[in-house]
Structure formats: C-alpha cells, structure tokens
Design a protein around this ligand. Structure first.
Ligand code: SF4
Length: 318
C-alpha cells in the first residue's frame, strides 16, 4: 500500500540521512541500549556532547556496567537527570551480564525497558523487523494519518500500518531522520518530504497535528539547604526516597537558626521548580549524616540542586 512512499523514503534517506550518528556506526546492543535510555529525556546534542562517550569509556561493556557499584553509575549519570534510568540500567546489566536478549518480549521484561526501547534495541542491534517509536516517529504518524489524538495502542497500530517489513532497518533509521530534519514539532518542510503524496496533514496544516495539550502549571517548592561543617568536613546524606534515590545532598531544614546565608539557587525538575535558600552552619546536625571533605564531595553523585549549593559553598570559601 505504501510501496511508492517507501521507495521515496529510502531515496531521501540515502541522500540526506544522518549517517554519521555514532550509534549508527555499529550494531552493538549494549551501546544502542545506552543511547536509547539516555535519549529518552535528553536531546541528541546534549547526549553526544557530554554523556554518551564518557559513560561508555567508564563502562565499555554490559559486564563492566554490571560489575560497577551503583554509586559509580549514578556519578557517571550526574547531570542527565531522571536517575531511575541509571539505576534501571545498572539492574538490567546485573540481570543480563553477558548480553542483552534479542526478542522484544524478553527485553520488555527487564527493568527500565519499555516497548519503545525494546523495539529500538531489537530493530537496530538485531535487525528484527519491528517498527520503532520515539517522539519524532509519533509526530510523523499523527500527521501522515491525519490523527490529532491517539493513545499508545493506537499509535503502535499506525506504526505497523506504515512500517516496511522488507527493509525494516532502513525504514526505522529514515523515519527518525524525517522526524528530526523535516517533520519537526514547530515546522514541517512538506515540499521536501517523501511522504507529501500520502500525508493527510498537508491538507489543513501539519502543525495542527497532534493536538497540543494544555501546559500544566509546575508548582514551586521552597526549601532551606543547610551546609553543616565540623572539623573540616561537611554533612551530607544519601537519599533513600523514590525521587533522586541514591543521590547525595546537603541537609534540608524547615526552619533555620544560627546559620549564615550564602546564596540562593533555583533548579527545575520535571514536576516542580525548586527555589532554595542556602546556608552555612558551624553547628552539628541532629539527624544522621555522613561527613566529607570538599575533595571527597566532588567524587559523590550529587543532585543538580546540591551541585549548585556546593558551588555556592566553594565561592564562599567557608
Ligand atoms: S508531508 Fe509534511 S507533515 Fe507530512 S510527514 Fe512530511 S513533513 Fe510531516
């Protein structure tokens, strides 16, 4: 049904595709999986410039990742956010050790691997004939089929309708590039797009697809971060909460007494914005804490907000 559209797709991909992306240079399942997990919440440019290569240098194989301590993995993930991804990456490595499984069914059963990641690993590493699904592919599907709203199940149905089982690998690569280069969220270059003969959205305007969801107001949380110092060491605790689990941070108090104000920080999380006043205190802490020197703190995996608080401490010279 889409034979001619597929033919044009491959022609466009051959001439214009991003053939130099590093995860396209090899079909190593481990590397593809790491890139997929990093790319879930982070842009290609950021992943490429700051995180992908250092992570692989530190943990070059699945086995190396499995043998690492969770703290090392979190430290390496620092700055990427959404730390559950790092913990699940580590857990999955420990379950698999030698190699990731090949089938979508086995892959989805692993921690942190959803259907989209499973399809991406199966398709790119093992050349399994399954469609992939990321934000770019979704946008193309909405537009080509002229659908303004769809749930996951419906999107997968559309993905299989447009999919080319004869050239699954090229099809998936090309779809990602069309989404990134032509069919973008805020503009669509339909005149250059290989789908322009079949695309329903060209009739009334691609940007109407998918329907925009109203932006949620993100709440602001106020906090007091207190950096306690005793004997040249500073008090920290390792979070045991679901949010930022495993990351280290300075103490937080509802009320602050006898402490020196050293600055303020703002940090954005996906579900709230944090505004915190940061204090220095030479008093001991009542809760349980671990005490570290500044050099030791630099080696710990800190949350983004605690990094900013630490920078204020460094500036203060206290
Ligand atoms: S024709 Fe336009 S709207 Fe349709 S897929 Fe191509 S770029 Fe997107």
């Amino acid at each position: 049904m889409f034979k001619e559209a597929h033919r044009k797709l491959y022609q466009w991909y051959q001439e214009n595709g991003r053939h130099d992306l590093p995860w396209r240079q090899n079909s190593d399942a481990y590397r593809i999986w790491v890139s997929e997990i990093m790319l879930q919440q982070t842009q290609v440019k950021t992943v490429l410039e700051r995180f992908y290569f250092p992570f692989l240098e530190k943990f070059p194989t699945l086995q190396a990742l499995a043998e690492a301590h969770e703290d090392e993995v979190l430290k390496q993930w620092e700055g990427l956010g959404y730390y559950t991804r790092a913990r699940n990456l580590h857990k999955t490595a420990q379950i698999c050790r030698d190699a990731l499984p090949q089938s979508v069914t086995e892959l989805v059963a692993l921690p942190g691997i959803g259907q989209s990641t499973a399809h991406a690993v199966a398709a790119f590493a093992y050349h399994t004939p399954v469609p992939i699904m990321d934000a770019n592919v979704k946008r193309i599907l909405y537009r080509v089929f002229g659908v303004k709203k769809a749930n996951d199940r419906e999107l997968w149905q559309l993905a299989y309708r447009l999919f080319d089982e004869e050239r699954p690998f090229d099809y998936n690569q090309a779809m990602m590039d069309i989404g990134a280069m032509l069919c973008q969220a805020k503009q669509a270059a339909c005149d250059r797009c290989p789908f322009n003969d079949i695309c329903k959205a060209t009739e009334d305007g691609p940007l109407l697809y998918p329907e925009k969801r109203a932006k949620k107001q993100v709440p602001v949380r106020l906090k007091h971060i207190v950096i306690h110092k005793h004997d040249g060491r500073y008090a920290l605790r390792q979070r045991q909460t679901r949010f930022l689990n495993g990351l280290w941070g300075f103490m937080e108090h509802d009320e602050v007494q006898e402490a020196q104000h050293i600055g303020e920080i703002k940090h954005q999380y996906s579900h709230f914005h944090l505004h915190a006043k940061v204090y220095f205190s030479a008093s001991m802490v009542e809760e349980e804490a671990a005490w570290y020197t500044k050099e030791e703190i630099e080696k710990l995996a800190l949350s983004g907000a605690d990094h900013k608080a630490f920078a204020l401490l460094q500036e203060s010279g206290l």
